[in-house]
Design a protein around this ligand. Structure first.
Ligand SMILES: C[S@@+](CC[C@H](N)C(=O)[O-])C[C@H]1O[C@@H](n2cnc3c(N)ncnc32)[C@H](O)[C@@H]1O
Length: 221
């Protein structure tokens, strides 16, 4: 079977080609090797999540502005954080910073369940509408400060934070299962992306991966 069916609209065919080129040139050519992550990046229609005025740049190698001074992350960073999160279809993930919902969709492709928290209600509602339209039904949405909610005792296999706290958020390690991973940018202005793992003896291993630039994490506490 060919890549496109006759019923595909021309615009969708064009976006699909752009997505393939994005994965080949921006994601594979760097260091992403996890096939599930590559497949998710190939599948999720980023153009559905960007603001209309940036739709022609939807598959560019860059973050793009969202409403309320927020950003949709660069595709490579989404892929890299998703790979560091060690996905699996029997695992759960907590995402702090739903934003446009783009990374939420990528995570929903590679985890069995996604809980996502967004501080700005309008962004969460818009993301929920887009994700519902695309058929994602394994996502639980919360509005508020992700460091505080969801106020349940649930622990996760992975936590992905897409806004930057000024200090390493030690409290989030309690929300991880043993062996679980926290992926978080830490710092002010320019940050370091950390991959932290909760060890079976209760200790935490932290690896500094590379420099990133994220919007600051908002605080209620
Ligand atoms: C860089 S954007 C997220 C980009 C997202 N990965 C995407 O693909 O669109 C960061 C988001 O984190 C949200 N945010 C900031 N502080 C937060 C907090 N304490 N809890 C939950 N969300 C927060 C911001 O409102 C913003 O929407």
């Amino acid at each position: 079977m060919g890549l496109f069916s006759r019923s595909d609209k021309p615009a969708e065919r064009r976006y699909s080609k752009e997505r393939m080129s994005m994965v080949n040139s921006q994601i594979k050519r760097r260091d992403i090797t996890n096939q599930d992550v590559l497949d998710a990046m190939l599948k999720v229609p980023r153009h559905e999540f960007v603001s209309k005025k940036f739709i022609s740049s939807a598959y560019d190698d860059s973050p793009l502005p969202l409403e309320y001074n927020q950003t949709i992350s660069q595709p490579y960073i989404v892929a890299s954080m998703s790979e560091f999160a060690n996905p699996g279809l029997d695992k759960t993930v907590l995402e702090i910073g739903t934003g446009s919902g783009y990374q939420t969709a990528v995570l929903a492709e590679i985890f069995c369940r996604v809980v996502t928290v967004e501080y700005i209600p309008e962004l969460s509602i818009k993301a929920q509408e887009i994700l519902a339209k695309l058929g994602y039904d394994t996502i639980e949405y919360h509005i508020g400060d992700g460091l505080i909610i969801p106020a349940t005792n649930e622990t996760f296999d992975s936590i992905v934070v897409t806004a930057a706290p000024s200090k390493f958020p030690e409290s989030l390690m309690r929300r991880l299962k043993t062996g679980g991973r926290l992926i978080v940018p830490v710092g002010v202005n320019t940050q370091t992306l950390y991959l932290a793992q909760k060890n079976s003896d209760g200790t935490v291993s932290k690896q500094a991966k590379y420099s990133v630039r994220f919007v600051p994490l908002q605080h209620d506490s």
